[in-house]
Design a protein around this ligand. Structure first.
Ligand code: TRH
Length: 402
């Protein structure tokens, strides 16, 4: 069955990762595979953060993708303004591939239409795109099928992950070439930073400061990190896109609440607050920095593709379930590092995620950045060997066609 049309349903739980992944996948399926894509999102404000040309209108076309606002059933019960989604949910309009992201519940009338299409002979393919998995169990869960109790429609579970038996990671076909071209041309970085209002002087022969990006949830560990950076022998420039970490950065620096554009100096450290960037610019920022502190899911994956050292703050879950996920990733990642560096990375990542659990030597980690750089680049190349998520997904659909 050739897949020409894809419908992606996304609910924004909180933050930007859900829509970040769906928007990226939608664009890739449209641009690389010329699919006709409809993207259904319940919170257009979140999309607007990543894609400033998005509006709050119930329908719009963005980069050749039809974007609709929809309200999942659970949300409809909580509001008096349950405006129906304006998209066509007739059986003729149902896509060949239906992706429900992160187990969001498809509209009942949409499922009914899928059942009608199935009764006519061929069920649309239905995938539940899961959250990123780092643990081994994902190998066995990837691709499992569940049957709808009422109408027998089959849905398969698709797990992004780090082993060849999972679905891989989102990565556009030209991403690493674009990254390489960017990293080979310091002028591009200078132009980006100037556009973002960062004072970046390329005219002198002075050494560039160490460039760090900081995207994090609330995190008390930031104080010790910033203190170490302020005592660095070389200048450090830490760029912080607006977000949840700002109050703790302000406390650590002993200053008034921080706002976009603010720039503060402490010792050899300069901290500058950036606006939240358009999603493509955020990639470019990651490519530009010597160290990226990232969080959640999508920025974590993008920082790996950047081929630069990274520190991950994992999305916290109930009962500390996220810590197993963190350790599973660290197991994979640290195996590819020289032992001394691996120990530093393990300690610092653990301390970043559980400030009382470990005593990080941030200074030692920073001193190892140049070595880590080579490994970070190699890691990205290794990951690419398992293929990218969109290509793997289409292959999966072909291999499991019924
Ligand atoms: O925003 P997040 O914390 O999202 C999280 C995770 O996805 C988590 O798994 C999920 O359960 C939870 O949300 C609900 O972090 P994440 O995943 O990195 O998503 C951020 C997105 O924002 C990503 O697509 C990158 C993008 N981004 C920009 O476009 N511009 C920016 O300036 C920044 C800092 C990020």
């Amino acid at each position: 069955m050739s897949i020409r049309r894809c419908d992606i349903f996304c609910t924004v739980i909180d933050n930007f990762g859900d829509i970040g992944v769906c928007w990226r996948l939608a664009r890739q399926l449209q641009q690389q595979y010329q699919m006709q894509v409809r993207l259904f999102v319940d919170e257009l404000q979140a999309l607007q953060m990543l894609c400033p040309q998005a509006t709050l209108l119930p329908y719009q076309q963005l980069e050749q993708i039809d974007v609709y606002r929809w309200q999942p059933a659970a949300e409809q019960q909580q509001t008096t303004d349950a405006t129906p989604c304006s998209a066509d949910f007739s059986p003729e309009a149902i896509a060949d591939l239906v992706i429900e992201a992160f187990a969001c519940e498809l509209p009942a009338d949409y499922i009914d239409a899928m059942a009608t299409v199935a009764a006519r002979g061929k069920q649309p393919r239905w995938l539940n795109l899961e959250y990123l998995a780092t643990e081994d169990w994902a190998d066995d869960c990837h691709g499992l099928t569940s049957m709808h109790p009422a109408n027998g429609l089959r849905k398969q579970f698709y797990f992004p992950g780090f082993s060849p038996r999972t679905g891989g990671l989102l990565c556009e076909a030209n991403l690493l070439d674009e990254r390489d071209a960017w990293q080979a041309d310091p002028q591009q970085r200078a132009t980006l930073l100037q556009r973002l209002g960062v004072a970046w002087d390329t005219s002198t022969n002075q050494r560039d400061p160490l460039l760090i990006s900081l995207f994090a949830y609330q995190n008390p560990a930031v104080a010790a990190l910033l203190q170490t950076l302020s005592m660095s022998t070389n200048p450090v420039l830490c760029l912080v896109p607006e977000g949840k970490i700002l109050p703790q950065v302000a406390t650590a620096l002993g200053c008034a609440p921080l706002r976009r554009g603010d720039c503060l100096q402490q010792g050899n450290l300069t901290v500058q607050v950036l606006p939240f960037l358009e999603q493509r610019d955020y990639d470019r920022l990651l490519w530009s920095c010597d160290l990226n502190l990232v969080r959640g899911e999508d920025s974590f994956v993008r920082a790996q593709w950047a081929g630069r050292p990274l520190i991950w703050q994992i999305y916290p879950q109930a009962d500390d379930a996220h810590l197993d996920k963190l350790e599973a990733f660290l197991q994979r990642y640290s195996q590819t590092l020289p032992p001394a560096l691996a120990t530093q990375v393990l300690t610092c990542w653990r301390a970043w995620n559980q400030p009382d659990s470990a005593h990080p030597d941030w200074a030692a980690l920073l001193a190892a950045l140049a070595d880590w750089q080579h490994d970070a680049r190699r890691w990205a190349e290794t990951l690419l060997k398992q293929g990218d998520l969109a290509a793997n997904m289409l292959q999966f659909l072909q291999n499991h066609s019924d």
